[in-house]
Design a protein. Structure first.
Length: 184
């Protein structure tokens, strides 16, 4: 899919680029495999991950994507992706199958699109969905099925992003409970 999509670089936006269940997706294995087919790999989880280390980037124990987007480290990460995109097609990688369920859409791709970058999402079947189409799906799933770029839709779209992020963002207490029970 990456080769078919023309990806030249993978920007891994997982806060923890490891997988016990799928070890071929762990950072070292993945970067070696990608290199063998001519695709670069860069770990961007520190700057663009969905689990911030700074306690000020949480609201009521939930990662606050709006606060994260204002954070200087996040903006540095966006700058790095934008610089890489000037040299090759960059694919953001995280762990969720559907972009609607992942911070790479709800946080990172949203801000890249706001900067004027052309953003598409590789779906599970290999098709590439334009970012505006993913936003339309967001509005439809939010009960607001309409054109995200029609007059007056910016506020509705921003509210839909916020509601979805509130439901899906990383929760500190859930992680703490998983560590205590040994489940992750």
């Amino acid at each position: 899919m990456l080769q078919d999509g023309g990806a030249g670089t993978i920007a891994d936006v997982r806060a923890v680029p490891l997988s016990r269940h799928f070890p071929w997706f762990s950072k070292n294995n993945l970067s070696a495999r990608l290199a063998s087919v001519g695709i670069g790999y860069v770990a961007m989880g520190y700057h663009l991950g969905g689990r911030p280390r700074d306690a000020r980037l949480y609201r009521d124990g939930i990662a606050d994507y709006e606060a994260m987007a204002r954070n200087p480290d996040f903006r540095v990460g966006l700058d790095r992706v934008e610089d890489a995109a000037a040299r090759s097609r960059v694919c953001l990688m995280c762990a969720e199958r559907d972009p609607l369920d992942c911070h790479r859409f709800l946080l990172v791709a949203r801000r890249l699109a706001e900067r004027g970058l052309a953003v598409g999402h590789i779906l599970h079947d290999g098709t590439i969905e334009a970012h505006a189409a993913t936003e339309a799906r967001l509005l439809a799933s939010d009960g607001e099925g309409c054109d995200p770029f029609a007059a007056g839709q910016c506020e509705r779209l921003a509210a839909a992003y916020q509601r979805r992020a509130q439901r899906l963002a990383y929760r500190q207490e859930a992680a703490r409970g998983a560590r205590l029970t040994g489940k992750r």
